[in-house]
Design a protein around this ligand. Structure first.
Ligand code: GDP
Length: 139
């Protein structure tokens, strides 16, 4: 059965250009409930840990530098079929391929500075939610 939570990060590019409010509006209007949320900043070590699965990829160092370059908004989102539905809402990794109406189509700059993160599986959603939030920070 599909899980009910996913983890998002509004990335440093989107926070820096004040797109946080519009992205949260799109998330709420798509039927997600915010179960936890914070403005925070990843250290280089935290970004390395979060993206460890991409360690061997050519863009890993750039991605880590970008994700630790400024504040982000991390949130746990709740909805039936949360992971899949949120991946649809954010659109493809490369904004040039992202569907009309998706968050990345509207707010992403390029394949790296692509405005938002969304978990890619229920298992990773649970791991990523625990990375950012204790049980006491979830409502
Ligand atoms: P996602 O699940 O759509 O976020 O995509 P991935 O898990 O494949 O990649 C993680 C993140 O790495 C993406 O959201 C981008 O910020 C970045 N990224 C992915 N592919 C590339 C690439 O080809 N070049 C660069 N510079 N960054 C990339």
């Amino acid at each position: 059965m599909a899980g009910r939570i996913t983890l998002t990060m509004i990335k440093p590019d989107a926070v820096a250009k004040n797109a946080t409010g519009d992205i949260l509006r799109m998330i709420n209007e798509a039927g997600f409930r915010i179960a936890a949320m914070k403005l925070t900043k990843l250290s280089k070590e935290q970004a390395e840990q979060f993206y460890a699965v991409h360690r061997e990829r050519p863009f890993y160092n750039d991605l880590v530098a970008f994700m630790s370059s400024g504040p982000i908004v991390a949130a746990i989102l709740e909805k039936d079929n949360a992971v899949e539905d949120f991946r649809k809402l954010i659109g493809a990794t490369n904004p040039a391929d992202a569907a009309e109406g998706s968050i990345r189509r509207k707010h992403a700059e390029n394949i790296e500075r692509n405005a938002v993160h969304g978990s890619d599986s229920d298992e990773n959603a649970a791991i990523e939610a625990a990375f950012h939030f204790s049980q006491l920070e979830r409502f």
